[in-house]
Design a protein around this ligand. Structure first.
Ligand SMILES: Cc1ncc(COP(=O)(O)O)c(C=O)c1O
Length: 373
């Protein structure tokens, strides 16, 4: 008989309950205002988010997936082009590249940070490379100084996948302000999540911002005058209003995520075969992802035992991108991406969300120790 999960990997209802007194009347206000698409709520959130990231422009859209797709389209990336990205990410990163008609070029990762290995990026740059898409996975920022130097040296754009990293910093500067374009997701479990889908693209470039506005709105430059084949990708007014309120809490939630990660470091230290994610300045801890590297117990067995003890965990991600069925035609050999393959069999993301209590963390740690000792 499976045991009911008593400590979930994430629980979105706790945050909603805290904010309900603010959000319920706000939603009513937006609904009563009669403008549900575009309008002042969306414009106000875009301005607030641009300010938060420290760039002049933010163009909102329907999802993080759309943000990546629109960003690549704005750069005129298409068939015949190559875009380098990490072999270890959510499928959306690769999908956005493929949807433009370009070819994703997957590089292996650093197992400690889970982020793309910049030495491999350097090796895979060709005259057909048009962009690099670094993914700040689990909130851990990529070394943007080194990546930009590499990209600029080859004249290629950098499109940051910040879906899991809203509020992360590299050398004190927010992710999403380093690359040519920064792509964010407001999916409910992200650091800044809404109650549905949402996304945004940040940039310093006014022409790219203009092009993004056209692309996300049927390619229209003016009403009923389409200059390119675009899509319909809009952030709803209700979601924008909610996001603006939540943005005011983001720094306090990020501080809490950092505290929780620090406590996991202490509670889980010195367990044989359990590799903890190293601290990194500017990490926003969207996920606390450990690796289990033991011969006597697999990650899936650990996960099943924790589930029996009522502790929810998640596996992000069990199969690396080039080995997904959809990319079989690219004929990657697992030997080309050994770290991504190994890590995909070892990773386990523990419960972590700002409202997780210290007592719950102690229970999680005790359960892990019990299984692994
Ligand atoms: C790394 C990464 N990129 C892109 C996305 C896509 O974001 P969305 O779900 O908002 O489309 C996600 C979402 O999970 C993600 O984790």
């Amino acid at each position: 008989m499976p045991v009911a999960t008593t400590i979930p990997q994430f629980d979105l209802t706790r945050q909603y309950r805290q904010l309900e007194p603010l959000l319920a009347p706000l939603v009513q206000k937006v609904l009563a205002g009669g403008v549900y698409i575009g309008g002042e709520w969306v414009a106000a959130f875009e301005q607030a988010f641009a300010n938060y990231i420290g760039v002049p422009y933010c163009v909102s859209c329907n999802s993080g997936t759309d943000a990546l797709y629109l960003a690549l389209r704005a750069l005129d990336i298409g068939p015949g082009d190559e875009v380098i990205t990490s072999a270890f990410s959510f499928i959306a990163t690769a999908e956005a590249i493929s949807l433009t008609g370009a070819t994703p070029v997957f590089v292996d990762i650093e197992p400690e940070t889970f982020n793309l290995d910049l030495n491999h990026v350097a090796q895979r740059l060709t005259p057909r490379t048009k962009a690099v898409v670094p993914v700040h996975l689990f909130g851990r920022p990529v070394d943007m100084g080194r990546l930009l130097a590499l990209a600029h040296g080859h004249g290629v754009a950098v499109v940051e996948d910040c879906a899991q990293a809203t509020g992360s910093h590299w050398q004190g500067r927010p992710v999403g302000s380093w690359g040519t374009l920064g792509c964010f997701s407001f999916y409910p479990t992200k650091n800044l999540g809404t109650f549905g889908d949402g996304g945004a693209i940040t940039t310093r470039d006014p022409e790219l911002a203009q092009r993004l506005c056209e692309l996300k709105n049927h390619g229209q430059r003016e009403r009923y005058c389409s200059v390119t084949v675009g899509v319909n990708s809009r952030l709803d007014a209700v979601q924008a209003a909610i996001l603006q309120v939540k943005l005011g809490y983001l720094d306090q939630w990020l501080a809490q995520r950092r505290r929780l990660a620090q406590r996991y470091h202490e509670l889980l230290a010195d367990i044989p075969g359990l590799v903890l994610p190293p601290d990194g300045p500017g990490h926003s801890w969207n996920q606390y992802t450990v690796r289990l590297a033991r011969d006597d117990l697999t990650r899936d067995e650990l996960r099943a035992q924790l589930q029996q003890m009522g502790i929810g965990t998640a596996v992000y991600y069990p199969v690396s991108l080039p080995l997904q069925p959809v990319y079989q035609f690219l004929q990657y050999d697992p030997a080309q991406i050994p770290q991504a393959v190994a890590v995909s069999q070892q990773v386990l993301s523990l419960p972590l969300f700002p409202e997780l209590t210290e007592q719950e963390q102690v229970q999680v740690a005790q359960a892990i120790r019990q299984v692994l000792s």
